[in-house]
Design a binder for this molecule. Structure first.
Ligand code: ATP
Length: 446
């Protein structure tokens, strides 16, 4: 990709700076599971909050939900997951590697040839991706439960509860963020595809005849959302699912794809799921899932437009998109993460120019005053230039330095991450200054 970023570089930056660590690393790691370190957890939480605000608070007709991960096993029969949530699995008879047939190059599928060693591939067989476990002490079929493979079903089975307890009227949405689990056949590419991950889903319930209108609406809204999140537009594109790709429940589906270091891949799916889900739950549970429109007295089963984004996959998108290795001059380069200020793990670095002459005490006091408003980070170790560079790598959009002039006039140096430009700001005006700078933020690259 244009910033020359490879996945190896990103993985090593994430480890070095505490964004993402391999799970159970001291035991040799658990493949496809990852832990979010001090900077990573802040980034992930900020993205989640950004999504939540965009998808609930900024709309008067979307409410939230937090459903349990384990659900009645009949849910997954009704949803079609027990029958259909499978991927085609092939093995190489020679090197024993395992692949998802639908992700292999066409020539390998046609020749039944391993993409790694050229050996022969087995016939493909359907592999169900749901993790199973048992609830209670007895491990038998009667106690079988699944770890949910998507958060959506928790929303559908609560449709009636939400209608009856809140004042929502169709069209309206229910939003949820939470963990999902899939026993993926191949999980390479860092946090792109993992067995445990998080989704941010919003299900929008509508009158069936309005499905095209609302599908277009959410397609546009979701594109605008990524713009606001600060993702570069030329790294995003839509991909429409062809007839062979459509999921069993979908009438129309578009993915928003991002150009990751390993190429274009899905970041979010926008689906017209029709009345499939509510009708199936009505059939399998025997409960009425229809909606009664009070003005017209019309009863119908709503259609659903789904926007389904990966939270952990968005973290990878944001990390990949933010990365820049910048040449300052002939001798000097820096790594800078251009996170949008609204999601940066640290908003403000606070430094004394030197530790002595009371500057450290003033800096600590300033930092304490600001920590209620912003995620701050105090640092007095090493040369000031090095401290700036460390914050550039962490993606901190602003740093302030307390120097000798501060003692005379209560001003500090404020340095911008992207342009490295420095301005003087009065201590009392820092919060306002930062709020304005956040609003005006436009990514700057060299
Ligand atoms: P694929 O065909 O690539 O396996 P999918 O089309 O089944 O994925 P969806 O069911 O539409 O994916 O899931 C919605 C979103 O959830 C995806 O766009 C992605 O961001 C996220 N997601 C799905 N599976 C994973 C996973 N294994 N790891 C991380 N994120 C995932």
């Amino acid at each position: 990709m244009s910033n020359g970023l490879t996945m190896d570089t990103l993985v090593s930056l994430c480890k070095r700076r505490g964004f993402v660590f391999q799970s159970s690393e001291i035991y040799g790691g658990l493949s496809s599971a990852w832990d979010y370190g001090p900077l990573g957890v802040e980034l992930k939480k900020n993205i989640q909050e950004f999504w939540w605000k965009e998808m609930t608070r900024l709309h008067d007709n979307i409410v939230g939900l937090d459903a349990a991960i384990m659900m009645h096993p009949r849910v997954w029969e009704a949803s079609g997951h027990v029958e259909n949530f499978t991927d085609p699995l092939v093995d190489c008879k020679n090197c024993k590697q395992r692949f998802r047939e639908d992700k292999l190059p066409e020539e390998n599928v046609a020749a039944k040839k391993c993409p790694e060693c050229g050996g022969p591939l087995t016939d493909s067989r359907r592999f169900n991706l749901m993790f199973k476990t048992f609830m209670g002490p007895i491990e038998d079929g009667g106690n079988l439960v699944y770890l949910r493979p998507e958060t959506a079903q928790g929303i559908y089975v609560n449709f009636k509860n939400v209608v009856q307890t809140s004042r929502v009227k169709i069209p309206f949405g229910i939003a949820q963020v939470g963990k999902a689990f899939r026993n993926e056949i191949t999980t390479k590419n860092f946090i792109f595809r993992t067995c445990e991950f998080e989704q941010m889903e919003m299900q929008f319930f509508i009158a069936p005849e309005e499905d095209d209108k609302w599908f277009e609406y959410w397609k546009n809204e979701r594109w605008e959302y990524y713009k606001k999140l600060g993702i570069r537009q030329d790294k995003l594109r839509f991909h429409q699912h062809g007839p062979g790709e459509l999921a069993h429940y979908a009438k129309v589906a578009f993915d928003i794809e991002y150009e990751f270091p390993m190429g274009w891949q899905e970041l979010e799916g926008i689906h017209n799921r029709t009345d499939y889900d509510l009708s199936r739950h009505a059939e399998f549970s025997g409960k009425d899932m229809a909606y009664l429109e009070d003005v017209t007295n019309k009863k119908f089963t709503p259609y659903i437009i789904e926007t389904s984004a990966g939270l952990t996959r968005t973290v990878l998108t944001v990390l990949s998109d933010a990365y820049e290795e910048q040449k300052i001059d002939d001798e000097d380069t820096r790594v800078v993460m251009h996170f949008h200020p609204s999601i940066a793990p640290v908003k403000l670095g606070v430094f004394p120019l030197v530790k002595k002459d009371g500057l450290a005490e003033i800096a600590q006091k300033v930092e304490e005053e600001l920590r209620g408003d912003f995620a701050t980070f105090y640092d007095h170790g090493g040369a000031i230039g090095r401290r700036y560079r460390r914050q550039d790598e962490a993606g901190t959009p602003y740093c302030i330095t307390i120097d000798y002039q501060t003692k005379d006039d209560n001003t500090v140096t404020l340095r911008y991450r992207d342009s490295m430009e420095q301005v003087r700001v009065k201590i009392a005006e820092i919060p306002d200054f930062i709020r304005k700078a956040d609003k005006a933020y436009r990514r700057e690259e060299k």
